[in-house]
Design a protein around this ligand. Structure first.
Ligand code: GDP
Ligand code: IMO
Ligand code: MG
Length: 421
């Protein structure tokens, strides 16, 4: 069982990029299994912050192989920009980044469709990142998608034009102005760049490497509460963000999965629309946003902030089969006198431990208050040196979830990571 999975347990932005980067030394291969340029995975070292969208977060370790799996949707224009901003020359990157020929492409018109659909929705908009995710996955499921491997066909331009024509038929029904040329230029340049990389059936490679005893870390994007099946539908993304998504998004079997790491913030954030029972529309919420720099890595939008939600966390642990919990951003809460944890909900007046099916249910969080901590914890290296009240907070979560917290992140830098012994 050589494949471990790391994924988000909340509404995304839990710190996946930072932790995948910090764990990369232990693995041989880092593989993204779903999502696309809607993701923004930040990591920091040597005082420089990098934000990745499509490229797996192991890329800054030159001796590691990174794979973009079949479950990912790729926008070549975003890919090009990201490769150019990365630093190392393309010739070098082609040796350590391999892309699945089966991954679907986000076309320029998918982005236009995304924007047109959102505009049409008015007040009930999803708050999409407008990267074309929904329309690209719609075409994939509808068997109308273009895949990375298609770019090597001689008549690719014609196939592209056919697909675009179909999108134009849909767009005629929307009052949405666009200039396709603006979108297409960078896209076709991205296609040319993609051709320099190995575009292969990565499922064979991954299985082969796993059999040979190589260690693989599957990197999730978004979070469990944004999963297309189990999130607060329709306020979700369009892929399976859960552990099962690693199997379909990489072509690996559940038998090969070892550890399933679930990452969560010491509080909660959400960007975009949809239910958020513990949201704080007050001074405390503003403090969390400002102290935690809670602004989207992809869109720059302010993130909604609130207290830790245990019913949601337990739900995520159940759906994913989490074996270890990783907690990030406890450092942001230093100085809070008292910290609330939501332990159950009152739904339409009745106590409830489940996430309601209806998004419009009146949910009132039931809180337990725990004492906060004052110390600046970012320099702490050993778990035992953490403040007592933070340890109590951790113990409370472990007792309620039944899963150990084996990693505590105390700052954005890869060094600010405490591995519990
Ligand atoms: P991801 O999408 O899950 O990779 O998370 P993002 O990168 O979108 O958002 C997490 C943000 O928190 C980034 O700005 C990280 O640099 C930062 N971050 C990650 N872990 C920690 C931590 O433990 N403490 C603090 N203060 N910041 C962190
Ligand atoms: P990472 O990987 C936070 C949210 C959007 C919106 C909904 C649908 O960085 O954690 P989409 O563009 O997928 O159609 O948007 O999902 N969303 C994210 N929120 N982190 C992300 O990724 C997200 N990717 C999508 O804000 O509410
Ligand atoms: Mg993010």
């Amino acid at each position: 069982m050589n494949i471990d999975i790391l994924l988000g347990l909340q509404w995304g932005d839990e710190g996946k990029g930072k932790i995948v980067d910090a764990l990369s030394p232990v693995y041989d291969i880092i593989a993204r299994f779903q999502g696309g340029p809607n993701a923004g995975h930040s990591l920091e070292f040597n005082n420089i912050k990098h934000v990745l969208h499509l490229i797996p977060s192991g890329i800054f370790h030159p001796d590691k192989l990174n794979i973009i799996g079949n479950g990912v949707v790729i926008d070549p224009a975003v890919f090009k920009k990201e490769i150019e901003e990365l630093g190392p020359p393309v010739d070098e990157l082609t040796k350590r980044l391999i892309i699945s020929a089966r991954a679907n492409l986000i076309m320029p018109s998918h982005r236009i469709l995304d924007a047109a659909y959102e505009l049409q929705k008015g007040n009930s908009k999803i708050g999409s990142t407008l990267k074309g995710i929904g329309p690209a996955y719609t075409d994939k499921a509808g068997r109308n998608g273009l895949r990375v491997g298609d770019i090597l066909r001689k008549n690719f331009r014609e196939i592209y034009a056919e697909h675009f024509k179909n999108h134009l038929i849909i767009l005629k029904n929307y009052d949405f102005k666009f200039n396709i040329k603006e979108y297409e230029e960078g896209w076709f340049e991205g296609i040319e760049l993609l051709k320099k990389f190995q575009l292969i059936n990565t499922e064979y490679l991954l299985n082969d490497l796993a059999v040979k005893g190589k260690r693989i870390l599957a990197e999730g994007a978004q979070g469990t509460m944004l999963d297309v099946d189990f999130g607060s539908y329709p306020f979700v993304t369009s892929s399976n963000t859960i552990s099962a998504g690693a199997c379909t998004g990489l072509g690996i079997s559940p038998k090969q999965i070892g550890e399933i790491f679930g990452i969560f913030k010491a509080y909660c954030t959400r960007v975009g629309s949809g239910p958020f029972p513990t949201e704080l529309n007050d001074e405390t919420g503003n403090n969390l946003r400002n102290l935690g720099h809670e602004f989207g890595s992809t869109t720059g939008r302010p993130r909604r902030c609130g207290w830790l939600d245990l019913p949601a966390l337990k739900y995520s642990i159940m759906i994913n089969g989490i074996t270890q919990l990783f907690m990030t951003k406890a450092d942001v809460m230093s100085g809070f006198k008292s910290i609330n944890i939501c332990t159950s909900y009152k739904v339409d007046g009745k106590e409830c431990l489940e996430i309601p099916f209806n998004n419009d249910s009146e949910i009132e969080p039931v809180y337990t208050a725990l004492p906060g901590w004052n110390e600046n914890i970012s320099g702490i290296k050993e778990f035992d040196d953490l403040p007592e009240s933070l340890k109590k907070y951790i113990e409370f979560i472990e007792n309620n979830t039944g899963v150990p917290i084996t990693l505590v992140s105390v700052g954005p830098d890869r060094k600010e990571t405490i591995f519990r012994k």
